[in-house]
Design a protein around this ligand. Structure first.
Ligand code: BGC
Length: 482
């Protein structure tokens, strides 16, 4: 998971790009500062898998290991023209350096499923994983972009969070890749519309995740005298259940992790209390962040946090929160549906060991994010990057990846029966529900806005001041909305 919104850094990147724009063909980019890279680099070819991807302790220098700091000259088209065509079919050839935050654990399993296919279908290409220790790709990506040393592709959330890179001229359209994949014949038109900015699509979606899901331990709920088959209909009913579970002796009925998971919880409460239309209006100015319905949602969010282990929360990533539900020390966690892979990895049985339902008050709504991959301007191996993007968007790539990841394909030509029970429900919801964008996962707000929301939620975690939280949320909207 990448989670370090560096808004100031981004602004600086924009300035550097603007400064370089007229002179790209003559300037050699400065190398990344010595010692700045903590990237973990792994390379894999069709025949050899050279892995230096021990994400825990490897400290390799991106530039040395991958040649990505080699002088970049020329415009994108000039760069593309210098990529020589391989003599044999099977990809453009050369290294394809890709930033991804799927650096470890189950998320890396999903990436590995893709890589097996990439090696088979593009044997001329050599995938170079620029996964960074802990999966927090953003700081190193910012450094590389700032020094005009872009990767061939980088992973990012599709939607508003990409807008800074588009505005700064750092990524280029991938309309041709989408068209070759089949365009609206294979991707839902509604999704393509959401990905389109000024008539262009800037990333290829690998998947769709649902963010408004509660994961529950039915045994803990039963022990509290509640029927786990009865799903609370709204926040009020859920809070009443949480109180009963706490009264039964469960210290932490609900788990939460570090700041981004708290933002994710807040967005679920906003969606539940405001409904899909008003929630969506928070991002286009038609819903007032200072309004009384947001006040009520913030109060519910504050109440939910009283059922969590807030002392331990800050700094935790998501798996510990799900593990507590899987292990029976907690009843519930609100988490995107990558959680299902964690239950599976612990050999927990769907319906017996764990259950799931849309966050109370959000039934019929699908709060979505799409992981996607970009084509940076001045990427050195643009043809190789397009091989990667083509694999990401292909039917077989999406199936291999999403079966491992817990998400569902972004493509519409999907047989739901190929997927396990949870993903079948998600596929049906994606086709039938009202779709809304996620705050915590970049579909709804740009980087600066997301960063300000994160700061407000983090301060609230320390202060407990709900009035201050709402006014900071309102100020963040005023400052950052387009
Ligand atoms: C990403 C997912 C990832 C999750 C947890 C989300 O922002 O889009 O790919 O599994 O965070 O790290």
């Amino acid at each position: 998971m990448r989670r370090t919104p560096l808004v100031a850094g981004l602004a600086a990147v924009g300035l550097v790009i603007a400064a370089c724009a007229g002179d790209a063909s003559t300037s050699s980019p400065a190398p990344p500062p010595s010692g700045a890279s903590t990237s973990t680099v792994s390379e894999a070819t069709s025949s050899v898998a050279v892995s230096r991807s021990d994400t825990a302790d490897s400290e390799s220098t991106l530039s040395t290991d991958t040649d990505l700091s080699a002088s970049t000259t020329g415009s994108p088209s000039e760069t593309a023209a210098t990529t020589s065509s391989p003599a044999v079919p099977g990809g453009a050839g050369g290294k394809v350096g890709v930033y991804t935050w799927w650096a470890a654990g189950l998320e890396k399993d999903g990436l590995d499923a893709l890589l097996a296919l990439f090696r088979a279908e593009y044997p001329n290409d050599r995938f170079v994983s620029l996964a960074v220790n802990g999966g927090d790709t953003q700081p190193q990506l910012e450094i590389d972009l700032k020094h005009d040393n872009p990767p061939d592709s980088f992973q990012w959330h599709a939607g508003a969070e990409l807008s800074d890179y588009i505005k700064n001229g750092q990524i280029q359209p991938v309309d041709d890749v989408i068209a070759e994949l089949g365009g609206s014949a294979v991707f839902p038109q509604g999704l393509l519309d959401r990905l389109t900015v000024d008539g262009h699509i800037y990333s290829v979606p690998a998947n769709i995740h649902r963010v408004n899901m509660v994961w529950a331990n039915p045994k803990v709920i039963t022990s509290a005298g509640l029927d786990p088959a009865v799903i609370p209909g709204d926040m009020e009913a859920w809070i009443a259940d949480l109180a009963k579970i706490k009264a039964s002796g469960v210290d932490t009925p609900l788990t939460v992790g570090g700041t981004w998971t708290q933002v994710q919880l807040l967005e679920n409460v906003l969606l539940a209390d405001l409904g899909a239309d008003k929630y969506t209006g928070l991002f286009d100015g038609s819903t007032d962040w200072a309004g009384t319905d947001v006040t009520a949602a913030v109060a519910d969010f504050a109440t939910l946090l009283t059922f969590t282990d807030t002392d331990a929360a800050d700094g935790d990533d998501w798996p510990a929160s799900i593990d507590a539900v899987a292990d029976g020390t907690a009843a519930y966690n609100v988490m995107g549906d990558w959680a299902v892979a964690e239950f599976n990895s612990k050999k927990k049985v769907d319906g017996t060991d764990y259950t799931y339902f849309p966050t109370p008050g959000t039934d019929g709504v699908f709060d979505f994010l799409a992981d996607s991959f970009t084509l940076p301007v001045r990427a050195k191996n643009q043809a190789g990057a397009k091989d990667w993007l083509t694999l990401i968007g292909s039917a077989e790539g999406q199936k291999a990846f999403n079966l491992a990841k817990g998400s569902i394909p972004a493509r519409s030509d999907t047989a739901a029966s190929d997927y396990p029970a949870y993903q079948q429900t998600a596929i049906a919801s994606w086709q039938n529900d009202v779709i809304v964008p996620s705050i915590a996962h970049g579909s709804a707000v740009n980087l600066a806005w997301g960063s300000d929301i994160g700061a407000a939620v983090s301060e609230f975690h320390a202060s407990g001041d709900a009035t201050a939280l709402q006014s900071e949320l309102a100020a963040a909207a005023k400052k950052n909305a387009d």
